[in-house]
Design a protein around this ligand. Structure first.
Ligand code: 13P
Ligand code: SF4
Length: 305
């Protein structure tokens, strides 16, 4: 089968079987083309809560599929490739966070959504990169324990200086591969280009950027900007998607190493196998865990409005 035939078959089967395909923006172009919704982590969470279909197939990583199940327990939820997890989500466990909470009892625990469902059971509110600043401002406490991404946390802290922050040392191994040296090299090679980065990058890399924002924030900025060239400091699939959508502009990766191997695990063939009932992993969560984890996602969606 050709890619086009495979995509047509996926489109036919998902309609027949009442499946909604959600795809994170780091998925490949051929997967985005068969999805009902594509976007960043916040957009995917909103869609998880309101998709009308009975079944949801998440093309992304495990915590994203779990978020769908947490918000919509009545739906059958699949992760298209069971090996796709976010390493950052495993950096802090319940025991470690419980100890942190015990020594900081007056702090509100703000968890990046890239965490396990178990960890979410003891967090106060979730955030994503596109919603974090607004949510932290809206929290009714000026003491914030931000976990697990300290670079994202430091970026939020700069914009909400009236609050006191504490961090743990965690972060995204993909975005942390990009260095100040990469920025100097890319700026020298493309002096006219605007430099756009994701806040998961090292703070010193973000400090050199023209724009800092989530995956979809970067895409929106590049599409709306009058500039013609851009250095992209996030997962390299965004370079490909932007080049596809804006053929008259030029996009350069900050580093060829900014590839999330977990996001890249899912193939169009995986999606095809899932929609025909022969692949993927059905997500099931313990009901107590689900209910407790739901509170901090619900708070995120309310404070992020
Ligand atoms: P956003 O999609 O929210 O920008 O997050 C990026 C990411 O690394 C998701 O795992
Ligand atoms: Fe996790 Fe980073 Fe990959 Fe996103 S890009 S899934 S944060 S490892």
């Amino acid at each position: 089968m050709t890619t086009r035939q495979l995509q047509d078959e996926i489109l036919r089967l998902k309609k027949e079987k009442d499946i909604c395909i959600l795809a994170h923006a780091y998925q490949s172009q051929e997967i985005l083309e068969v999805a009902d919704y594509t976007g960043d982590s916040y957009g995917l969470s909103q869609q998880a809560a309101k998709a009308p279909q009975k079944n949801v197939l998440m093309c992304g990583v495990r915590f994203m599929a779990e978020t769908v199940k947490i918000l919509s327990p009545e739906k059958t939820v699949y992760l298209s490739n069971s090996g796709a997890g976010c390493p950052m989500a495993e950096q802090l466990d319940v025991e470690m966070l419980s100890a942190l909470k015990a020594s900081n009892p007056d702090y509100t625990v703000v968890a990046y959504i890239n965490t396990t469902s178990e960890l979410k059971t003891i967090c106060d509110v979730c955030v994503t990169s596109s919603s974090a600043v607004k949510i932290v401002r809206n929290i009714d406490n000026d003491k914030i324990l931000f976990i697990p991404d300290c670079n994202l946390g430091a970026w939020v802290e700069k914009q909400v200086p009236e609050k006191t922050f504490k961090f743990v040392h965690g972060g995204c191994p993909t975005h942390l591969r990009m260095s100040v040296r990469d920025v100097k090299k890319a700026r020298a090679a493309h002096p006219e280009a605007k430099f756009l980065v994701h806040p998961e990058c090292l703070s010193e890399v973000s400090a050199m950027a023209d724009y800092i924002g989530s995956t979809t924030g970067i895409m929106k900025y590049a599409k709306e900007s009058d500039a013609k060239e851009f250095i992209i400091g996030t997962e390299n699939s965004i370079v490909q998607h932007l080049q596809f959508e804006c053929p008259d502009k030029k996009f350069y990766p900050l580093s060829k190493d900014c590839v999330c191997h977990n996001m890249k695990l899912t193939t169009l063939m995986d999606v095809y196998n899932c929609v025909r009932g022969q692949g993927g992993e059905e997500i099931n969560l313990d009901e107590t865990v689900r209910m407790k984890a739901k509170a901090c996602i619900d708070t995120m969606l309310t404070l992020g409005e």
